[in-house]
Design a protein around this ligand. Sequence first.
Ligand code: MTE
Ligand code: MO
Length: 277
Amino acid sequence: MTDNSTAPVPGENAPANPEAEKAMLAEARRRSRRSFITLGLAGLAGLGGWRWLISQPDDAGIPHPLRKVLDANSRLASAYFKETRLAPEFARSRARTPRKNGAYGLKSEIDPVAWRMRVQGYGTDKTQEFTLADIQALPKVEMVTELKCIEGWSIVVHWAGARLSDFLERYPLATRSGRPADPLNPPADLAPYVAMLTPDEQYYVGLDIASALHPQTLLCYEMNGEPLTADHGAPLRLVTPLKYGIKHLKRIGTITFADTRPKDFWAELGYDWDAGH
Ligand SMILES: Nc1nc2c(c(=O)[nH]1)N[C@H]1C(S)=C(S)[C@@H](COP(=O)(O)O)O[C@H]1N2
Ligand SMILES: [Mo]
């Protein structure tokens, strides 16, 4: 659907046209059913399994169908098994600037110097604050992936940022025990869900922990080689290319962990909570 004059547009306004909304939901359900069938077990990732393989270098960028391997490494010989499904990557020359889509939670001015990302440790009341420099001190990861909006358009974007998994290894806030969230050796007390909110809490998304620790889930501070602009989520946004744009929360304010599915802006309006594609 390219004509968004009638369809409800995640990111612009709340649904106005009930018929278009119903059609959109039917399409979203059809797509999530299809990806469920295509992905088989990967569709069950939300049930708490560790279902990606850590990809080998020669697999980088190649979109896999489901891959499932029992890890032979004795360090990993546990109930866990892993599958990797990576979003396809593209040549940098194909990157374009996406439209500015969705401004929930971005209404006020943002001062990137004063900005802090607040993270509440799993099972604690304690909150730790991070500057952009803290995030930029983590290994910088670049990827050229497709941003897909549930409204029907997609665009290739060159992103740069830190892996959320690297952040949660360096700052072990996702476990009650304070063990790092190593995706290769996930601690037993790892939080099953991650919640993210804008500083004003007007926009919010939930992720299952497997998606949160996926190697392509980034805390992004650059788009197409430039620092993010405010419209695109400065100073820091989420990018998670196996999911639709609705999950790519712009202007991260707070991260918390949860035992149950956190509230999610578009899921509350009837969209698929996982929003995978
Ligand atoms: N804070 C916030 N983040 C958001 C949205 C929003 O309304 N508010 N919209 C989402 C939607 S629906 C999409 S498609 C992408 C679009 O990202 P872009 O504006 O960089 O193209 O942002 C997502 N992140
Ligand atoms: Mo979107």
